[in-house]
Design a protein around this ligand. Structure first.
Ligand code: RB5
Length: 155
């Protein structure tokens, strides 16, 4: 799978650990940085990665900041993107099955690398379950369409 990753300066070490884990599993990873600990504003990274997901360049992306929250809030502002800030494997699975979230947000100050690897694995293998969840996700997509003047974005 082709997966984008991105982080702010706080998320950098966990982003690199997740990137290594993904590459070891055979995924193609595109790294949007950051790659040093110079302070950066998390929205700058989240916007770039989320726009790439919305454009259909990636089906999945992982964003890391101190808590995962700022990345998720920002990514969810990009029409077509459903981002979930997750700190446990069950929520990771549900973010795919119930919410069809293409973006996983992690907090480097919340989850240890060992836990993050398990979260990522659960999120990657889980698929959207459709059924009753389709109607709900379609309502989110309708909101996206509203914010882009009635044109339904990808995904
Ligand atoms: C630092 O900017 C910190 O606020 C950020 O890494 C993240 O935790 C935001 O949600």
């Amino acid at each position: 799978m082709k997966i984008a990753v991105g982080a702010d300066h706080l998320g950098l070490p966990l982003k690199d650990a997740v990137k290594a884990h993904l590459e070891a599993a055979g995924h193609e990873v595109v790294d949007y940085g950051v790659n040093d600990d110079t302070p950066v504003d998390y929205p700058d990274v989240a916007i770039e990665v989320a726009e790439a997901v919305a454009a259909g360049i990636f089906n999945r992306a992982i964003l890391v900041c101190g808590t995962g929250i700022g990345m998720a809030i920002t990514a969810n502002k990009i029409p077509g993107v459903r981002a979930a800030s997750v700190a446990d494997p069950y929520s990771a699975e549900r973010a795919r099955m119930s919410n069809d979230a293409q973006v996983l947000c992690l907090g480097s100050r919340v989850v240890a690398p060992e836990v993050a690897r398990i979260i990522v694995d659960h999120w990657l293998v889980a698929e959207f379950q459709g059924g009753g969840s389709t109607r709900k996700v379609d309502k989110i997509k309708a909101l996206d369409a509203r914010s882009v003047g009635g044109t339904l974005p990808r995904s």
